[in-house]
Write a protein that binds this ligand. Structure first.
Ligand SMILES: [Fe+2]
Length: 123
C-alpha cells in the first residue's frame, strides 16, 4: 500500500487498528461495523448476528451522506447483505444464520462519503 493509498478512503477496505472503541478516532467510531452475537453459537445451529454501523458514535443519515450497505462474511464466505436508503432506514441489520464451520465473522459497511469499513469477530 502506498502512502497515497493510505489517504484514500475509497482505496481498499478501511479498519480501525484500535483494540477498543475508547481508542478510536471519531471517523473510526462512526464507520466501524459492530458485530454482536446472540448466545454462544455452535456449528450447525441457528443463531443471530447483529451488525450496526454508528453504534459507538452515530453516523449521519442524510441523502448526501449515509451508510449504503452492510455485508456479513464467515471468513471469506459471503453470508448476507442488507442495502439501506438514506433517512428512511438505520444502518443496522440482524442476520439469522447457520454455519457448518466457525470461521471468524467479518462485517463490511459502506459509507457513500468515506468508503468501506471492516470489523472482525472471532468465533
Ligand atoms: Fe461517513
Amino acid at each position: 500500500m502506498t502512502d497515497k493509498c493510505k489517504e484514500d478512503l475509497f482505496c481498499g477496505i478501511n479498519s480501525s487498528g484500535a483494540p477498543n472503541p475508547e481508542e478510536m478516532n471519531d471517523l473510526e467510531k462512526k464507520h466501524t461495523p459492530v458485530i454482536e452475537l446472540s448466545g454462544s453459537p455452535k456449528e450447525g445451529e441457528t443463531f443471530e448476528v447483529s451488525i450496526e454501523v454508528g453504534k459507538y458514535l452515530k453516523h449521519p443519515n442524510e441523502h448526501t451522506h449515509f451508510i449504503q450497505w452492510i455485508e456479513l462474511y464467515s471468513g471469506d464466505t459471503f453470508v448476507g447483505r442488507v442495502d439501506f436508503s438514506s433517512e428512511r432506514s438505520e444502518p443496522k441489520a440482524i442476520f439469522t444464520i447457520k454455519l457448518d464451520h466457525m470461521h471468524p465473522l467479518r462485517a463490511l459497511g459502506h459509507c457513500n462519503m468515506h468508503g468501506t469499513w471492516e470489523s472482525k469477530k472471532e468465533m
